[in-house]
Write a protein that binds this ligand. Structure first.
Ligand SMILES: [Zn+2]
Length: 431
């Protein structure tokens, strides 16, 4: 890329720093919460579509189930309600598509309900020092804003790209949805490379972990020991399972060789996210409850199949259930709450990874860290289903999925530059 164009992009972005943040803040104010099977993305998506129209993009708005091929696709996850939950895809047609490659920026607009507490109202963004706080600031409305501003930058600088540039905002990523991302691919919005600005702390990720949410349900014999009733507490059984899972996580991490993309950051977390039994309301439930439930999230490296994940985790739980009397006395049910989200990867030396890495170096003056993203996300849809090489590159931040989520302000500025420059490099600039 010409140095003059690179510096024009950098100065435009520097001059529009406040607008990048304002756009992120506007997006945060829409409580686009994923309440699986439902979701409140509509208002945010109407705003995103308006923003794209103002950028003169060809805008396609559709709910996932508008796409006829979706329900029949093997990766479709059933049970979600897509009423009033539109995807929005904006395309800037290239002037000479045969002379350049196409690029897609893909973000999800939904956020989690998240933990309560903290200092700030999750939907009232606050800037403080170098951070911007708000639900979704990090995951991933900051990244979405950076992609939209990168497109605006190229438009205002009058840059004509050879290949198509596509920017999308999809619904239903949280809670293992993925149908929104899948529907956009089946609708035909595809490209020669994709950047997903999920918050991986400014590393270039040619791959990511996978995982699945499971729920364990135990049913015992409830009551209180007045007479000769036989009481079986599902709480003791659940407690044994929790301890067994803690040990299993530690052993598994000792014996599993780290995947090469995670050599410096090995580890497969198993997180118990919910545990519940009995009633705490005054006057209620002063007896052993009938049921206890636990929800957990178990991660996998790229390459692990759904069958392998099942055999390892569920096989272990079934063994504990057989061998532990407190569990064996209960009825046990283990059910998946989400689809299996596979980890996925593309080669580190893939041309697209190299392009993003080179632009990163040129923009920030230092080479990027290239390694796997330590979370599950929709990127497998690009790498494994749509055959679109995908790189994750998003901001630093913290408290994603919790209170006082924040994003590093300078990263949103840096990403806007990198995204605009990558579009020039990958799609080609027309003379
Ligand atoms: Zn996310």
């Amino acid at each position: 890329m010409q140095n003059t164009l690179a510096s024009a992009i950098d100065s435009w972005v520097a001059d529009h720093t406040n607008e990048i943040l304002q756009l992120t803040e506007t997006l945060i104010r829409f409580p686009s919460v994923n309440r699986a099977p439902y979701g409140d993305e509509a208002e945010a998506q109407i705003f995103v579509a308006e923003t794209m129209r103002a950028l003169n993009l060809d805008v396609d708005t559709f709910v996932p189930t508008d796409v006829p091929a979706l329900a029949a696709h093997p990766a479709y996850w059933q049970g979600r309600d897509y009423t009033n939950r539109p995807n929005v895809v904006g395309t800037r047609q290239g002037v000479s598509p045969s002379a350049g490659k196409s690029l897609l920026f893909s973000s999800h607009v939904d956020v989690v309900a998240g933990n309560s507490g903290g200092r700030f109202d999750p939907f009232m963004p606050v800037r403080e020092d170098e951070k911007l706080y708000g639900r979704g600031s990090n995951d991933m409305k900051g990244g979405l804003a950076a992609t939209l501003m990168a497109v605006r930058c190229l438009r205002e600088l009058g840059v004509r790209l050879n290949g198509n540039l596509i920017v999308e905002s999809v619904v239903d990523e949280e809670n293992g949805g993925s149908n929104g991302t899948l529907a956009a691919r089946l609708r035909g919005h595809n490209a020669d490379g994709c950047i997903v600005p999920e918050p991986n702390a400014m590393i270039v990720s040619p791959g990511h972990k996978g995982g699945r949410i499971w729920e364990i349900r135990l049913k015992g014999s409830p009551g209180i020991a007045f007479g000769s009733d036989h009481i079986v507490s599902p709480i003791y059984g659940m407690a044994r399972l929790a301890v067994a899972l803690e040990e299993w996580e530690a052993i598994r991490n000792r014996v599993t060789p780290p995947h090469p993309l995670f050599a410096e950051t090995p580890g497969l977390p198993l997180l118990i996210t919910k545990i519940k039994a009995g009633e705490f309301e005054p006057g209620a439930g002063d007896a052993v409850p009938e049921r206890a439930m636990m929800e957990l999230w178990a991660e996998e490296y790229p390459g692990t199949t759904e069958q392998e994940h099942y055999a390892r985790l569920i096989g272990f739980l079934e063994q504990v259930a057989r061998e532990t009397p407190a569990v064996a006395q209960c009825e046990i049910e283990i059910v998946p709450i989400t689809r299996f989200l596979p980890g996925s990867e593309i080669p580190r030396d893939h041309r697209f990874v190299q392009t993003v890495g080179t632009v990163f170096s040129q923009t920030l003056g230092a080479p990027p860290i290239v390694r796997g993203a330590p979370f599950a996300c929709d990127v497998f849809v690009f790498n494994q289903i749509a055959n679109i090489p995908c790189v994750i590159l998003g901001p630093r931040g913290g408290n994603a999925h919790s209170y006082d989520e924040w994003v590093m302000i300078e990263d949103l500025v840096a990403l806007t530059k990198i995204f605009a420059r990558t579009a020039c490099e990958w799609c080609g600039v027309a003379a």
